[in-house]
Design a protein around this ligand. Structure first.
Ligand code: NAD
Length: 487
């Protein structure tokens, strides 16, 4: 324990950066606040350009040895990190809940086990990663995945460790070294990950963690000439800024951005299932990029769907995310709450009707909201709110449903509820979305491609797609009698 250690719900968290296998403090700090009650958690080292440069230098220095480490050894260390995560699920869960306000029970049972799985999955995928050799006029083509170099990974606050490790694990597996920059509203579990990785034997400099405001440290990371990959999850405006900054060095980018995804409910659907899927959209207080926030419901069942939705939504408990019975926790920050409420008040002023909610509960919690009487071209239908705010529109034909579903600038996901497999196939083929769920929601396999179309993102990660991104993929062509003149 040092003066830089915070005790968060009984767990010791170092508030300094982790650079080159050492804790490094900045002279400046920023205040980390808990969304549960708005109380101060503590002061966190606030990095700027010098810390960014030091972290990239550490990642660069560690790269040759880590890239040359055998696949088997890299996989062994990744499994050791997963073991460390599993041992600390309780601690990681309570720290994450204190820091970002998402449900403790989800962290314990779903999110943190998944964090461990991120490491195990990419370790195992690495060991079987190969492309069958093929021939061209007798020449052999051999495909290999070469480590690309230091990688900057920038993550948001809505699922901090989950989204960070979804990038860290494949980047490390690929043989890259990493500089991770967690969001300033939820920096704590990244610091615990640094401890876990060091205990698991990850060599110094292979994983570095720097904290700070994106506006102060971001450019120094993303414009650095020694950085060979940038993977970013966050908002569209920040993505634009990062793309501009990365352009100087043509650094390859993976961008996972926002969404305004539809839930299409056809009259032939199992309505109870459709309502279950609909109510799930309040998970994490609506702060889920993949959330199906636009309900598009066939006219003939809209009234009944709405009645059942309101009935079911009224059973949800909102409150302290540490309690086992809570369904909806707080929103991340009073500033986010203001943003959410401003969206809703503008929508109401423009003629929308609140079927439920439509107001804040206090400074931390927003009432689960469903708005109807909304126009397709209105802000509330077109823009991501990132809070527990859903809209409902109706359609009368399948063509109209598809048209409405596709009519935003996003294309992250789409969910449909229908009892007709042929309709599912027809509609799915026309939807612009990186992921489509049919009669289900949020089923995610790490080997599946993940990403968005249009303004929801650039590129895909997951399984081999992650290795394609984090590696320099090489094709080696060898002549049939390539050796005959070379003794
Ligand atoms: P944000 O863009 O404000 O911040 C994300 C991260 O970028 C933070 O770490 C922030 O510090 C950093 N950042 C800010 N300015 C930067 C700059 N100039 N250079 C480099 N980094 C900078 O996003 P947010 O509000 O934290 O997250 C919410 C957004 O993330 C929503 O739009 C949501 O849909 C999206 N999201 C997408 C996915 C996905 O997989 N597609 C998943 C989760 C969240």
């Amino acid at each position: 324990m040092t003066e830089h250690t915070l005790t968060v719900a009984g767990v010791a968290v170092d508030t300094r950066h982790w650079i080159g296998g050492r804790r490094v403090a900045s002279t400046e700090t920023f205040t980390d606040v808990s969304p549960i009650d708005g109380g101060t958690i503590g002061e966190i080292s606030r990095g700027t350009a010098p810390e960014a440069a030091a972290a990239v230098a550490a990642a660069k220095a560690a790269f040759p040895a880590w890239a040359a480490t055998s696949r088997a050894e890299r996989a062994r260390i990744l499994h050791a990190i997963a073991d460390g995560v599993e041992k600390r699920i309780e601690e990681l869960s309570i720290v994450e809940t204190t820091d970002n306000g998402a449900l403790l029970r989800s962290h314990r049972r779903g999110v943190m086990p998944r964090v461990a799985h991120n490491f195990r999955f990419f370790a195992d995928w690495l060991l079987q990663l190969e492309h069958e050799d093929f021939e061209t006029r007798g020449h052999t083509n051999h495909v290999s995945w070469d480590p690309a170099g230091p990688s900057v990974l920038i993550t948001p606050w809505n699922a901090p460790l989950m989204l960070a490790t979804w990038k860290v694990a494949p980047a490390l597996a690929a043989g890259n070294t990493v500089v991770l920059k967690p969001a300033e509203w939820s920096p704590l579990t990244a610091s615990l990950l640094a401890d876990i990785a060091a205990e698991a034997g990850l060599p110094a400099g292979v994983l570095n963690v720097v904290q700070g405001y994106g506006s102060e440290i971001g450019d120094a990371l993303t414009s650095h000439p020694d950085v060979r990959r940038i993977s970013f999850t966050g908002s569209v405006p920040t993505a634009r800024r990062i793309a501009e900054s990365a352009a100087a060095n043509l650094t390859p980018l993976s961008l996972e951005l926002g969404g305004k995804s539809p839930l299409l409910v056809f009259a032939d659907a199992d309505l109870d299932l459709a309502v279950d899927l609909a109510v799930e959209q309040y998970d994490n207080a609506g702060q889920v990029c993949l959330a199906a926030t636009r309900f598009l419901v066939e006219e003939s069942v809209a009234e009944e769907f709405t009645r059942r939705f309101v009935e079911k939504a009224s059973t949800l408990t909102q409150g302290d995310p540490r309690h086992e019975t809570t369904d909806i926790g707080p929103n991340i920050h009073p500033r986010q709450l203001e943003k959410i409420d401003a969206f809703v008040q503008r929508a109401l002023a423009a003629g929308a009707r609140a079927v439920i909610g439509g107001h804040r509960k206090d400074t931390q919690y927003y009432a689960p909201t469903l708005l109807t009487d909304v126009a397709q071209d209105s802000e509330i239908v077109q823009e991501e709110v990132f809070g527990p705010v859903l809209t409902l529109q109706t359609f009368s034909t399948e063509d109209e449903a598809v048209r409405l579903a596709n009519d935003t600038r996003f294309g992250l996901a789409a969910t449909l509820a229908t009892g007709d497999p042929e309709r599912a196939e027809r509609v799915t083929a026309q939807l612009v979305a990186g992921t489509v769920w049919v009669n289900c929601f949020f089923v995610r396999d790490l080997q599946a491609p993940f990403g968005g179309s249009r303004h929801s993102g650039v590129g895909r990660e997951g399984g081999t797609w992650s290795f394609d991104f984090y590696c320099d993929v090489k094709n080696t062509v060898t002549a049939p009698n390539g050796w005959k003149n070379h003794g």
